[in-house]
Design a protein around this ligand. Structure first.
Ligand code: SF4
Length: 459
């Protein structure tokens, strides 16, 4: 067993993380940048960082992720990366012709202290940025934060660089999804459209990282938010940010910059948080909730009531990103499950732990929450007091295997399964999919462990 060194004795650790429950900031920035149409993300640092960021996204989405790098060597590491970035901007616009280059930094360029706006100004002064093209940036030092911080920073950069008031309020609303799948973004937009709302979603990776195989190479896929749409966000009638950690900063920046009022909600995972999302859309649109959404909600409620007995009292360990963990925990509690261990490696803001504690207030016994924590600690908790189910990214498979625990993949990254790019966990339909996944894991285990006498055809 790969993790049989995990001990049951828990010692206080302050300066050591083992099996972190997060990845690095630039990965989130690169993912967000891919949600702009015609954008080439650019990693300002060494080729090693860039290869890691690209390969993690490529492995998760099973799509070739296009990006560029400043390719630091010893010289840039000592003297700074200005020459590399100016040269890169020139090469990228000449060879790859994107509409926008989205530069994010790395630990190395942040430690050197490269001033990206100053370098971009120099590139502009040198005539390296063609008319009508853009270079934006976000600082993403990975020794603070995680991939969700990088995502939030790059999403806010879209507001800082592009959003503007055109003097007229449009009827459209802005939808700012957190770090979720392309399938989730499509589902969120579908619900808003069903509610009769015109929306601008940013970033939007649907049809970018879950597009079709057509046999023709396209450097810039069909999807993504266009520059024109990003500019229009400043004239929208309101914004909904989904997930405080990933979407809160951009939603508030838009309010501050262009006076677009915002509401920041939980991600619409599960019954209650989807209800809140739909109710917010309903109030913005001023129309009744259409039958189609009523039907989807009713189907989810029906499935929960039909299968509730298999969820009741099940102890669950959760690993993931803060925004997702909060909504997921609220859904599991609504199913009468018991999320007893909750771990994220990401910093989550001062209200997150309190919100989680409120969500699990009625769960019997003590719920252990580590913010930030690591997966070694989670495994130790499990070894001391087992759980019935573990949910989290691909790295949970080692714990699941070591302790023979039913396991549902959820979150980022998922490197060893497909489906997440195409089938959403958001909204009522996503809730139904989640119920199916949970039941499959629990009932497959029940079938496996049943004696011949208890083994039932019909459950
Ligand atoms: S050095 Fe920093 S930016 Fe580069 S891969 Fe490691 S954590 Fe990420």
């Amino acid at each position: 067993m790969l993790l049989n060194h995990t001990t049951t004795e828990i010692k206080e650790r302050t300066a050591l993380t083992v099996n972190p429950a997060k990845t690095c900031q630039p990965i989130g920035a690169m993912y967000a940048a891919l949600g702009i149409h015609g954008c080439l993300p650019h990693s300002h640092g060494s080729q090693g960082c860039y290869a890691y960021h690209r390969s993690t996204l490529t492995r998760h989405f099973k799509e070739p992720v296009m990006a560029a790098t400043s390719a630091f060597t010893e010289g840039a590491s000592v003297f700074g990366g200005q020459a590399n970035l100016v040269q890169a901007i020139d090469n990228i616009f000449t060879v790859y012709d994107p509409d926008v280059i989205a530069v994010h930094t790395t630990c190395l360029s942040e430690t050197i202290g490269d001033d990206i706006p100053q370098i971009v100004n120099k590139a502009e002064a040198d005539g390296k940025i063609p008319a009508g093209k853009y270079v934006i940036h976000a600082n993403t030092p990975s020794y603070v934060g995680s991939h969700v911080t990088g995502y939030a920073n790059m999403t806010k950069a879209m507001v800082d660089y592009f959003s503007e008031k055109n003097g007229h309020k449009s009827a459209a609303i802005n939808l700012i999804p957190g770090f979720v799948e392309p399938s989730d973004m499509a589902e969120i937009r579908r619900l808003a459209t069903l509610m009769g709302l015109k929306s601008i979603m940013f970033p939007d990776t649907s049809k970018v990282l879950n597009g079709p195989l057509t046999g023709k190479f396209k450097m810039y896929p069909e999807g993504g938010t266009t520059i024109a749409q990003l500019k229009e966000t400043g004239s929208s009638s309101g914004s909904i940010g989904l997930g405080e950690v990933c979407a809160g900063a951009a939603a508030r920046a838009l309010d501050a910059k262009c006076k677009v009022p915002c509401q920041v909600l939980n991600l619409p995972i599960g019954l209650h948080d989807t209800d809140i999302f739909i109710d917010t859309l309903h109030r913005m649109a001023g129309i009744s909730v259409p039958e189609e959404i009523d039907l989807e909600r009713g189907q989810l409620v029906d499935a929960i009531s039909d299968w509730h007995q298999y969820f009741y009292g099940k102890r669950v360990a959760l690993v993931g990103d803060p925004d997702q963990l909060l909504s997921l925990t609220r859904f599991l509690v609504a199913l009468d499950m018991q999320p007893v261990y909750i771990v994220t490696g990401s910093p989550a803001g001062k209200n997150f732990k309190a919100a989680l504690e409120e969500a699990v207030a009625d769960v019997p016994g003590k719920v252990k929450i580590a913010v930030p924590g690591d997966m070694f600690l989670l495994h130790q908790w499990i070894k001391n007091e087992p759980v019935d189910l573990i949910m989290g990214n691909t790295y949970c498979k080692y714990i699941a295997r070591d302790d023979d625990i039913p396991y549902v993949r959820f979150g980022f990254p998922i490197l060893d399964r497909m489906g997440h790019s195409y089938f959403s966990f958001m909204g009522y339909r996503g809730g139904l999919r989640l119920v199916e996944k949970l039941l499959d894991a629990l009932l497959d285990r029940k079938d496996r462990d049943s004696s011949d006498i208890e083994f039932e055809l019909v459950l």
